[in-house]
Design a protein around this ligand. Structure first.
Ligand SMILES: Cc1cc2nc3c(=O)[nH]c(=O)nc-3n(C[C@H](O)[C@H](O)[C@H](O)COP(=O)(O)OP(=O)(O)OC[C@H]3O[C@@H](n4cnc5c(N)ncnc54)[C@H](O)[C@@H]3O)c2cc1C
Length: 339
């Protein structure tokens, strides 16, 4: 059997890697040249978990971060962890690394501007496209700005100037990734983005020479359908992003790994859907429930206020944000609550 994968982002390259390792003939197609950039913060949450789940990524040279600063309204707190909270990198580097692994494993990669694949088994890993494809989506603005001094703290700023979402600064080797993610609809996001950079400069956290940014939609709920007769959706195409943080790389790769397993073990596409829901889908759904957009800023102000006074609460909140436990644990917890 031959499998065609459209899209060589983390989802597509991971599916291709595991399929090729499993002895399946794989054609991996992207419509653009690699290395390519993708508007993203480039943060791998919980790097230890990442290395465990995807051992072939263990030697990827990112920047491990142990410190975080959360703020909302008049409140803020710092958190420091003994284990890395996040590993950051440029997406162009990480995605090229994953693509190389897929090709080394035996996947056949090509660039085609308008691919029209035929066949019984096509994997759609083409990323997020139209807002209408997802019941709930957000908008993000982001850029990697070169910096001369290394930054060692992740900055998360909720509800800045009333925005329903959060601004961030994720430090990378030689760069500060500055972005914002907000639930739709959101007016005036570009001027708010500039105003957040003003704030970071005023606090002497960064100094940015030339400002610019990319815009991209982000799914906050699973796509309306995950498969048809011959096409299976993985990653952002399937809407596998954690609402509340926008984390999607891990779930893109995990869904690619599960898709590969379903094909290698000759399971049907319904098995793939069930497995994704079992492994992380319930967790993503519960995260969506936990973040009602209308109350978001009030909740986050309260959370950061309590965190600024209560060490135990601060620790639990921060560990949850960076997902220092496997999502399967979160999923089983939610299952038990609703039993
Ligand atoms: C601003 C922003 C910040 C984010 N920050 C983080 C973060 O810090 N950590 C995190 O975990 N997640 C983050 N995410 C989410 C993360 O970027 C995505 O979840 C992840 O990229 C999904 O991977 P993917 O492989 O499904 O899709 P993509 O990475 O989007 O890859 C899709 C690929 O498909 C190709 N393609 C598209 N159409 C076609 C076609 N017709 N034929 C062939 N190829 C095609 C594209 O060229 C692309 O290479 C962020 C998202 C945004 C928007």
């Amino acid at each position: 059997m031959k499998v065609t994968i459209l899209g060589a982002g983390p989802a597509g390259s991971t599916a291709a890697y595991y399929l090729a390792k499993g002895g399946i003939s794989v054609e991996l197609i992207d419509r653009v040249e690699f290395p390519r950039d993708k508007p993203c913060a480039g943060g791998l949450f919980n790097p230890l978990l990442f290395d465990n789940e995807f051992p072939h990524t263990k030697n990827f040279p990112g920047k491990d971060l142990f410190k975080a600063h959360f703020s909302c309204g008049n409140y803020s707190f710092n958190f420091e962890s003994k284990v890395p909270l996040m590993r950051t990198s440029l997406r162009s580097d990480f995605d090229q690394f994953l693509l190389n692994k897929a090709v080394e494993a035996g996947a056949d990669f090509s660039i085609q501007k308008n691919p029209s694949p035929a066949g019984k088994c096509i994997i759609d890993a083409t990323g997020a496209k139209k807002i209408q494809d997802y019941p709930r989506a957000g908008i993000c603005l982001v850029n990697d700005f070169p910096v001369t001094e290394e930054i060692d703290t992740v900055y998360i700023h909720y509800g800045y100037q009333g925005i329903k979402g959060y601004f961030w600064l994720y430090p990378k080797h030689g760069y500060a990734n500055i972005g914002v993610g907000a639930y739709l609809p959101q007016k005036g996001i570009r001027s708010l983005y500039n105003s957040f950079i003003d704030l970071l400069e005023k606090k002497a956290i960064v100094s940015i020479d030339k400002r610019s940014c990319n815009t991209k939609i982000i799914p906050f709920s699973t796509a309306k359908s995950l498969y048809s007769e011959s096409v299976l959706k993985i990653g952002d195409a399937a809407g596998f992003v954690r609402p509340g943080t926008g984390e999607g790389i891990f779930f893109a790769m995990l869904s690619g790994k599960i898709a590969a397993r379903s094909i290698i073990e000759n399971k049907d596409f319904a098995w793939y859907e069930d497995q994704c829901i079992h492994e992380f889908g319930i967790y993503l759904k519960s995260a969506a429930v936990g973040f009602p957009t209308t109350l978001l800023n009030k909740i986050m102000q309260k959370v950061v206020k309590v965190g600024s006074k209560d060490e135990e609460f601060k620790k639990r909140f921060s560990e949850n944000f960076f997902r220092l436990e496997h999502c399967r644990l979160g999923a089983s917890l939610v299952k038990n609550i609703f039993k």
